[in-house]
Design a protein around this ligand. Structure first.
Ligand code: VGL
Ligand code: ZN
Length: 188
């Protein structure tokens, strides 16, 4: 149980420029994430990418009383992973938020992700992607709650800050829960 896996969270069109729920400056982190993906492949370490993967009648949409504009609807352009991200068959995709009645910000919520990681002897995850104050926060805490150690790449995350301070609070929360933070230059 001592392998490390990379988890790229929700780098999907709807969270990028011109998407329906754009995260400010999301696209800035893509080249940096690509370097980390290549580093993991060259070290023969597993790479996972989560996708927010909602049915069209999902409860998180404003049209259904939720908080968000319609986003990441299964099989649409908006739910595709950004084309500049180096995703190929070596990357395992994890879909979350697929139950119309449940919000699921964590890649560990309603998925078999933790069993999959355990099966591959992974004890530590490195986390990057979108959005700091939602799916990064919840996925990181989900990893910790499932017994993995979790490290967030601090310069390769971007957040929404619906309320100013949300991202800062999320970082404090992850820290308090036991997550570590590193800069990407420490990885390659
Ligand atoms: C997310 C808002 C709604 C995220 C997903 O990926 O952080 N944020 N759905
Ligand atoms: Zn969502």
């Amino acid at each position: 149980m001592n392998e490390t896996a990379l988890i790229i969270v929700d780098v999907q069109n709807d969270f990028c420029d011109n998407g329906s729920l754009p995260v400010p400056n999301a696209e800035q982190i893509i080249p940096g994430i690509n370097k980390i993906i290549e580093y993991f492949h060259s070290s023969f370490l597993p790479v996972y990418a989560t996708r927010d993967w909602h049915p069209i009648d999902h409860c998180s949409f404003k049209s259904n009383g939720g908080l968000w504009p319609m986003h990441c609807v299964q099989q649409t352009k908006g739910s595709q992973i950004h084309s500049e991200l180096l995703i190929d068959s070596r990357v395992t995709i994890i879909n979350k938020g697929t139950d119309k009645d449940k919000e699921a910000y964590s890649g560990f919520d309603g998925t078999d992700f933790s069993q999959e990681l355990r099966k591959r002897n992974i004890s530590k995850v490195i986390i990057t992607g979108l959005a700091t104050d939602y799916c990064i926060n919840w996925t990181t805490i989900g990893a910790l709650n499932n017994g993995f150690s979790a490290t967030v790449i601090s310069d390769l995350i971007r957040g929404i800050d619906l309320k100013p301070g949300d991202c800062k609070n999320a970082i404090n929360e992850m820290s308090k829960s036991g997550a570590k933070f590193i800069n990407s230059f420490e990885l390659n």
